[in-house]
Structures are given as C-alpha cells and as structure tokens.
Design a protein around this ligand. Sequence first.
Ligand code: ADP
Ligand code: MG
Ligand code: ZN
Length: 451
Amino acid sequence: MEEQEILKGLKETFKFDSFKSNLQQSAIQEICRRKNDVLVSMPTGSGKSLCYQLPAVLHSDQITIVFSPLLALIKDQIDHLQALRVRAASLNSKTLKAERETLIADLKSKKPLTRLLYITPEQAATHTFKSLFDNLVKFDKVAYIVVDEAHCVSQWGHDFRPDYLKLGELRTNCTVPCIALTATAGADVTKDIIHNLRLTNSLKVFKTSCFRSNLFYDLFYENMLENSYLHLKHFINECLAGDEDVKKEDKGCGIVYCRTREQTEAVSYKLNCLGVKSRCYHAGLKNKERLECQEEWQKGEYPVICATISFGMGVDKATVRFVVHWSVPKDPASFYQESGRAGRDGKPSRCRIYYSRSDSRAIEFHLSHDLAKTKDKESKRIKAETAIKSFKKMVEYCENANACRHKLFTDHFGEPPPPCVDNCDFCKDKKAVQKMVEEFHMKCIEYSSSA
Ligand code: ADP
Ligand code: MG
Ligand code: ZN
C-alpha cells in the first residue's frame, strides 16, 4: 500500500493531520502490508486503536475482526467509528435479534459492507461464532484478526481472562494476519501473548521503550538522615520551585506514596507543619472525601498529596514534578507505574525512594503471612510466591545499588540496558552512591548489635 494512500485515510476518515508518533506510523505501515503478525506494545493513550482501524478501513473489501474484553470499551469504539462514518458493528450477548440478523446477512453476503466486527471473548467461545468465523475465513473475507488488550491472555497480567486463551485456537489452519495490542507489558506477559495467541507469521514487534529520559531516579536511606521530614520538604521545594507565575492548574505538584493510612496522615501532618500544603488520601476516607481530595489536587488547590497506592487510577495530570515512595514499592512493575506518573508532559521530573529497612521487614512479614495462609490453594500460593519474589527484587534494588536505577525497568520489560547518562544518582555519581550504600549497611549492623 502506498504511503500516500495511508496519509489520505488518516486525514479523510480519521481527521488527523499526522501520526501521533513514528512508532504509530511504522506499525500502521507494517500492518497495511499484511505480511506478518504484529505485536504493538505502547503505553495507554498512545493511539493503538488507529493501528488497526486505519488498515481495516483501507483494506476495504474484507472484514477486520476485533476481540476486545469489555462491552463498554466496544461500545465506545463503535460509537467513535460510526461518527466517522466507518461501518462497525458488534456481536455480543446484548445484540438485539433484528440487528443480529441484519449483521449476519451482511457478513454472509458476497461483498460485506461491515469493516470492523467487535467480539467479546465470551462470544468468541460460542459455536455460533466459530462457524461464522470458519465461514468468513473459508471465503477469504477476513483482513485481520485483532486482539486488543492482549495482556488478558497472560496469567502474569493483572486482568487474566481465561476466555482469551481460546483465541489462539481460532488461528489453527488460518493464515490471516493477527494484530495484538497491549499497553507496555513486562517480558513474561509478552512471552505469554506470543505463545498463547500463536503469533508466528514472522512476528514484527512495535514497542515503546520503557526508558523515560526526563525522569531522574534516586534513593535515600531514612536511618541516615538527621530529619527525614525536613529532607523531604527541601526536596519538594526544589522540585516545585520556579512556577510562581504559572496558572494554578498548571503549577507543578507531586505525590508521596505511603504504605499505610497512618503513614499518609503522619507525613501530611508533618509537611503542613513545615509549611508545605498537603492532604492525605487513603481507603479509609469516604468516597466523597476521596473524590474531592483528588479533584482539588488535580485543580492545583494544593500541591502535595500523601496517598496510599490506591491513588492514581485514572489520574492523568501532566505537571506531576515528583513522585516519592515513602515506603518500598511492591514490585518493579508497580514502581514503574507509580513513579511513571511523574513528568507526563515530558519536562524534567524526579522519582525518589526513602528506604527504611524496618518498613521493608514489615512488608516481608505481611507477605510471608499471606503465603502461609494459602496452604491448599495452588493458584493463590503461586500468586503469593510471586509477590515475595518481586518484592525481593525491590529490596535488592534499594539495599545494593550496583547499577543504573533505570535498569530495574529495562530488565523487567526485557529491553537492552537503558541509555541513561545522568538520569539517576548512580550514573551521576557512582562513588557517592556506593559510599552511601556501605554506610547504610554499617549502620544496620551497628543498630542490630546494639538492639
Ligand atoms: P490506546 O489504545 O493506546 O490507549 P487510543 O487508541 O485510545 O490509545 O488513542 C488515544 C487518543 O489518541 C484518542 O483520543 C485518539 O483519538 C488519539 N489519537 C490517535 N492517533 C492520533 C493521531 N495520529 N493524531 C492525534 N490524535 C490521535
Ligand atoms: Mg486501547
Ligand atoms: Zn542511570
């Protein structure tokens, strides 16, 4: 397919002047060739839908079948496409009989008008769908098989959907190119996607690197600071300096993640005493209070929110200048996600852990307690064991800094070493960090022998 034709479709059908990124463009070009299976792994909001919708529209004499996990997601997509005058429909348990009959008649016609057909995985498992699918494939009417939110095929993923596993079977005896899309997934999830969806036709992968060059990572040991609250205050003031003349909602702000409700309250109280306006956020607040707290932070009414990790879902504020972990993050994936809320606007931002060994021991204690409780339940036991292993990686990261801080993430996502020059304390001044680590271990020994 000509590049011109792709650009024309982008403008005329989707009303966009340009691609959102080079990666989006090259993924679309590759998918339009229809030669290979393609895996697109890009963060939420980077425009993955267009990667299959544009090729589906350009490939105008066949149907693209899209598997998507939720009816609500499907409805949004279909409304959006219909507004753009693209023929899109869905076949699911809620489809009305008349609508279903018209749709099936179109699909069975010689030249179907439907461009995109959205299916839930539950529907995909039914006999009706399977015979429809076989029929479409037999008469060569399918342009692409698309699996959106492909991480749902992985047991390692946070929303594993057993019905997604069966999608792999559809691909036996079928050479239609398969397009799988997911938000940046860890190496183990990616492996499951490739295996379970049988992505074999010389698979091409389009993946955003997890390295965030505008984020500076560092770590301090709480037991080595004279006054950790004062230290935190200075850090916050540094991060938020320089936007006195900016509009309230565009001012810099930050998040301090704490482990417990009590911690959020204590940190927020101390910060306020030290002149930093902050509020706390945790599951113990009433829904209304939580919402108000989040909205006011979002509007820039106060800059610092001290929160448990329940805070952040659906938070999309561009001007977060820092994320502090007042307690050790749960695992590398959570740490990446939570600290990654900083610097969404691309401006320099900072991510810091204040590490305390006693806090880390408390978490370890809880995790082994969880494991002990799982005795007979195999799946729960595996989950609890994984949680312990992942947490140990965080402890190792905190207690033995011996590599670039970003390497924790590139390792987790199965990428080559990060191109970090001075984007973390280790790369910036390796000797100083090694000295700090040594002193930390000395202090821990002193403490345990005097205790
Ligand atoms: P994802 O599935 O990766 O989370 P979406 O496909 O939902 O992302 O797209 C996120 C937003 O980006 C949507 O509002 C979409 O309209 C917009 N978008 C996608 N491609 C482009 C583009 N080339 N130019 C401008 N906006 C785009
Ligand atoms: Mg999407
Ligand atoms: Zn580094």
